[in-house]
Design a protein around this ligand. Structure first.
Ligand code: R5P
Length: 310
């Protein structure tokens, strides 16, 4: 029995199709005063899977998820697997400044206390978020699906991580596609301001070279800095929010003569005019997964989720 919350209805339907499981319908609405209403229609199975991302509007989607979980438990469901393709509040996984709420921990507590038995998420911003749960929690990678997409739109790509945090994604894709990857240095100056430098660009990273496997060793080795000139660059990041990170990266790649720059991400948050800014900076295309609904969510993670649930 698969249930899709408002944020992930189509994805839930696709997961149900992959698993050849039945898709349960729900009624969800807002009362005139803004409060949420949830009703699960049909017979309740002993086991259920809920699919619900908690992106914008985060609080509403989260409340809906909590209502779904606890309602299912109250109605006799014994085991509930909760798939949260995009885990909202996941970026505040620690107290960066004194007195801050550790939002990711609070959200994890709420979900677990509501009655979830297992959690599955896709490319959590920080894997450490799993530690806030005491129930089994999987953090699945969408890089296989993204690599397949990149393979279809490029001949000989070079995968670019716009910051060090995204390097593991670039490496994962480079390994699948047997191509090169590199990263840039980024410093965040504020929620919507980042500074990016090309200082450490590493274009001749061979993912199969055992000596270069470990990033630290690789940095010590200071591999030759090569140009991206004439190359089909593909930027990969977990999240595109304001687009600032990607705009900076495109600028540097264009400056260094990249033939084209395609942009991929797992979670297309795309705040305000992010899409426009990225195209205006010179992107050939922007693609994200359907962990969140958006104009660019063309890479399906239904199979990735279904395989993890099997
Ligand atoms: C940060 O560490 C993330 O991986 C993304 O790079 C970041 O969230 C992107 O934010 P923005 O699009 O606002 O630059």
């Amino acid at each position: 029995m698969i249930i899709g919350g408002s944020a992930s209805q189509k994805l839930a339907a696709n997961v149900a199709e992959e698993l050849e499981d039945c898709l349960c319908s729900i009624e969800t609405k807002k009362f005139p005063d803004g409060e949420r209403y949830i009703r699960i229609k049909g017979k309740i199975d002993k086991e259920a899977v809920i699919v619900q991302s908690t992106g914008y509007p985060q609080d509403e989607n989260l409340i809906e998820l909590l209502f779904l979980i606890q309602n299912l438990k109250d109605l006799g469901c014994e085991k509930i697997k909760v798939v949260i393709p995009y885990f909202g509040y996941g970026r505040q996984e620690k107290r960066f400044k004194e007195g801050e709420a550790i939002s990711a921990k609070i959200v994890a507590n709420l979900i677990e206390k509501s009655g979830a038995d297992e959690i599955l998420s896709i490319n959590l911003h920080e894997d450490s978020v799993r530690e806030f749960f005491t129930i089994p929690t999987k953090n699945i990678s969408a890089m296989g699906a993204i690599a397949e997409y990149i393979d279809n739109i490029t001949e000989e790509p070079i995968i670019i991580a716009p910051d060090k945090g995204a390097l593991s994604f670039a490496e994962e894709i480079a390994k699948i596609l047997d191509c090169r990857c590199t990263y840039m240095n980024k410093v965040r100056l504020g929620p919507d301001k980042v500074e990016t430098k090309i200082a450490d660009i590493r274009c001749d990273f061979d993912p199969d070279d055992p000596e270069l496997k470990d990033l630290k060793k690789n940095e010590e080795k200071k591999v030759d800095i090569q140009s991206v000139e004439g190359k089909e660059a593909v930027i990969i990041d977990d999240i595109i929010a304001t687009g600032g990170t990607i705009v900076n990266a495109i600028g540097i790649l264009k400056e260094h003569g990249a033939k084209s720059v395609n942009v991929c991400c797992v979670h297309p948050l795309l705040v305000n005019d992010a899409i426009l800014k990225i195209y205006a900076a010179g992107a050939k295309s922007i693609a994200g997964t359907n962990s969140l609904k958006s104009e660019v969510s063309c890479i399906s993670i239904a199979k990735v989720i279904a395989d993890a649930l099997k």
